[in-house]
Design a protein around this ligand. Structure first.
Ligand code: CDP
Length: 231
């Protein structure tokens, strides 16, 4: 009996390890992994490069009309990387300059409508793992498996600091902590699709789990869901 392909939605606060699980899960299942945060980051990069006024709806709509987002698989990183108008911007979008503005941009109604419509299309054929803030609530309310990830604030700050320090040794722990707190606040309190746990999501707290342990736990949930849906 062939196992049906499902949609796996992973949401949660900044730096709780969503992309690590999502990437490993997609590789194990032969699914596509889509990093929805990369889309908001790429839009923010475009806005910053083109001095788009975040308060001007007409300017925002004009800018969005010029943005084409796509993903291209990179064998070296083993990940689908975001392309902004055919330029691979994976590296630039991780910069603090983008991190400082992304939540403000992601709270804009027009931006969310633009990104959400594309995300929904990517899930048409199922067989997808997507991580973000509103995937289980807004993008794929019908996802077969919804995971809400959490980790302690200390663990999250430390993880993100280590990641960023590798490419920017001038970064401070305080700067990273402030950015995560600010983004979590804006993401949870915005009007449009705020970050919240879907009623039917399972919680994964990985503060004290190894990568292998968390993957095994999630694979168990996938097996439950696909067995229940087997045709
Ligand atoms: O990697 P990290 O969890 O820190 O962030 P990300 O997934 O790259 O997302 C960057 C930002 O994009 C978030 O802080 C949100 O403001 C926004 N975002 C969103 O609003 N909705 C999503 N589905 C994904 C990201």
């Amino acid at each position: 009996m062939a196992k049906p392909k499902i949609i796996i939605a992973i949401d949660g606060y900044s730096s709780c390890g969503k992309s690590t699980v999502a990437k490993e899960l997609a590789a194990r299942l032969g699914y596509n992994y889509i990093d929805s945060g990369a889309m908001y980051r790429a839009i923010t990069l475009y806005f910053l490069r083109n001095n788009v006024d975040f308060k001007d709806s007409a300017e925002i709509l004009n800018a969005l009309a010029d943005i084409h987002l796509s993903f291209a698989f990179n064998e070296a990183s083993n990940k689908s990387e975001i392309q902004l108008n055919d330029e691979n911007v994976e590296h630039y979008i991780r910069d603090m300059i983008v991190a400082e503005k992304v939540s403000e941009v992601a709270a804009i109604k027009e931006v969310r409508a633009f990104a959400t419509a594309q995300q929904k299309k990517l899930g048409k054929k199922r067989g997808i793992v997507m991580d973000g803030r509103d995937i289980g609530t807004t993008v794929f309310p019908d996802a077969e498996l919804k995971i809400f990830m959490t980790a302690s604030p200390e663990v999250r700050v430390k993880r993100r600091f280590q990641e960023l320090y590798a490419s920017n040794p001038n970064i401070t722990l305080e700067e990273v902590k402030h950015n995560l707190e600010m983004r979590d606040y804006i993401d949870s309190n915005r009007e449009e699709s705020p970050l919240r746990q879907a009623d039917d999501a399972v919680v994964l707290d990985n503060s004290n789990l190894t990568r292998e342990e968390q993957l095994e736990k999630v694979i168990g949930w996938v097996e439950d869901r696909t067995a229940a849906n087997a045709v």
